[in-house]
Each structure stands twice: as structure tokens, then as C-alpha cells.
Design a protein around this ligand. Structure first.
Ligand SMILES: Nc1ncnc2c1ncn2[C@@H]1O[C@H](COP(=O)(O)OP(=O)(O)OP(=O)(O)O)[C@@H](O)[C@H]1O
Length: 267
């Protein structure tokens, strides 16, 4: 996806019929934060999103899996309204107040941590709010550090909290942990869950990692050639253990939808 900091405001006009509201009635009559119907996005002759339908309820955490090139980032860009020059149609209802996090933290290197976090925040309490937010991710006392002084995992913590301090209605995350080592990634999973429980945004997390999707999400959807090929609730008791039969069954179904035979993977 294109370079962009967190805490976006959706302002761009789109070729598709986009309506910016904070909530919409979903198909079941409940409150939905995102409602997408028949979304089409094309690059030249190629239909990358091909009549896609998806709803995300208020506060719901949805993980999006799909093979490379299936259209995951294109969908995120559409939701963030970053796809200005892309041909398309369909109905897309998403909140005005969206934040985006990417695989790289994209902190401004010439600004100290606190300034990165509060950038664009107004009001007399912004600085205190930013300090509290850094403390929330274990970085109290590092407010005046430069981004270059932080590890990759620490930078990504700042990036997450910079997004959430704006209290977005929708958090879009494009493989935010893809560049981190396995141990840091597990710690980040716990942190993201904690932050989401506190701030309660709806989340759409793009990931290539089936276990990450199961660990974090309320629901996992699989994108295939621009359409939703599977939409499965993660109905597992906490903590979600790799070893359980239900976990293995869900993992197997998801891998199947991704075209991976179970024999091809480590258990
Ligand atoms: N700006 C663009 N111009 C032309 N084609 C594009 C553009 N952006 C994306 N595409 C094409 O659309 C298809 C879907 O891309 P997208 O980045 O959405 O896939 P993805 O599922 O996120 O893939 P990956 O998992 O590899 O990141 C790809 O074939 C890509 O080449």
C-alpha cells in the first residue's frame, strides 16, 4: 500500500459510490461499522475485487487471509479511501474516522516519540494523552527518544498506539507484524488484543499467517480472486490453544481455502 501515516481522515472522492457514515444497519439489522456490497475495483482489464460483499460489526475483529495477489491490500485501500485513481463500483460504507497501520512503523524520524504520537491531535490534554498512550505500550519515560533509537518491535508499538490514540472507529492493519521476529510477534499479539479491548475499534487485519488470524480475530475471512471465499467465526475458548481439536479443525479449513494441503504444513 502507499505510504501513509496512521490516523487518517477519509476525505477523498472515489469512483465507487462511497458513503461515509460512522455506522450502518447491517444485513441482520444490527449495527455495522463497515458495509460493502458488490465492490468492484479494476486495474486495466483486471478485476481485482469482483463484486465483494463484507460487513464488519461495531467493535468486531476480522482477519483477512488470501493468497498473494488476491486483492487484500486493494480492499484495505478502498476502505481507507486511498484508491483515488482506481476504476470501480459498488457500495462501501465505512466510518470517517479510520486509522491505518502498516508492516513498517512509518514514524517520522525527525520527531521525538511523543511528537509522533500526538501529531495532529488538538487540545490542551493532547500531550498528557500521548504520554498515557506511550505508557500503555510499555514506553513510559521514552517520550523524548528518537525513532531511530528504538527496536523494530518498539517502533511498531508506537505505530499502533499512534493509531489508537485517535480512537478510530475502524483500524485497518496491513500485515503489521510481518517484519517482526517470532517472539516479538507473540508479544505484539497480546498487546494488540489488550489495546483493542480497551479502545474497541472495529479491526480489519490483513495477514498471511493463519495462526495469527486465529489467535486474534473474532472472524476470519478468506479472499480469493477478489471475492470472499470463506467467512468463519473463531468460536474457540480462550486461551486459543494450538493443540485442541477445534483449533486444528479451523486451521485445516482455512488452509484448505488457501489451497494448502495439510500434509504440506508442519502441525
Ligand atoms: N496500482 C496498481 N496498478 C496495477 N495493478 C495493481 C495495482 N495495485 C494492485 N494491483 C494488482 O492487483 C492485484 C492485487 O493486489 P493486492 O496488493 O491487493 O494483493 P494482495 O492480496 O494484497 O497481495 P499480497 O499478499 O502479495 O500483498 C495484484 O495482481 C496487483 O498486481
Amino acid at each position: 500500500m502507499a505510504a501513509h501515516a496512521g490516523g487518517l481522515r477519509n476525505t477523498a472522492k472515489n469512483t465507487a459510490k462511497n458513503t461515509a457514515k460512522d455506522t450502518a444497519e447491517d444485513t441482520a439489522g444490527g449495527r455495522a461499522t463497515v458495509r460493502i456490497e458488490g465492490l468492484v475495483r479494476s486495474f486495466g482489464e483486471r478485476r481485482v475485487l469482483d463484486g465483494l460483499d463484507l460487513s464488519i460489526a461495531t467493535g468486531e475483529f476480522v482477519a483477512l487471509l488470501g493468497r498473494s495477489g488476491s486483492g487484500k491490500s486493494t480492499l484495505l485501500r478502498a476502505l481507507a479511501r486511498l484508491d483515488h485513481d482506481v476504476a470501480g463500483s459498488g457500495v462501501l460504507t465505512a466510518p470517517d474516522h479510520v486509522s491505518v497501520v502498516f508492516q513498517d512503523a512509518r514514524l517520522l524520524p525527525w520527531k521525538r516519540l511523543l511528537d509522533n504520537v500526538v501529531l495532529g491531535l488538538d487540545g490542551p490534554s493532547a500531550e498528557q494523552h500521548g504520554k498515557d498512550a506511550l505508557a500503555e505500550v510499555g514506553l513510559a519515560g521514552r517520550e523524548r527518544a528518537w525513532p531511530v533509537e528504538l527496536s523494530g518491535g518498539e517502533q511498531q508499538r508506537v505505530s499502533l498506539v499512534r493509531s489508537l490514540v485517535r480512537e478510530p472507529r475502524l483500524l485497518l492493519a496491513d500485515e503489521p507484524f510481518g517484519a517482526l521476529d517470532a517472539l516479538t510477534r507473540i508479544r505484539m499479539h497480546a498487546l494488540l488484543r489488550r489495546l483493542c479491548e480497551r479502545h474497541r475499534p472495529a479491526v480489519l487485519l490483513v495477514t498471511h499467517d493463519v495462526d495469527e488470524a486465529i489467535a486474534l480475530a473474532d472472524r476470519v475471512v478468506v479472499l480469493d480472486r477478489g471475492r470472499i471465499a470463506a467467512d468463519l467465526p473463531v468460536d474457540l475458548p480462550a486461551p486459543r490453544r494450538h493443540g485442541s481439536t477445534a483449533y486444528a479443525a479451523l486451521r485445516g479449513r482455512l488452509l484448505g481455502h488457501l489451497g494448502v494441503e495439510l500434509g504440506e504444513t508442519a502441525p
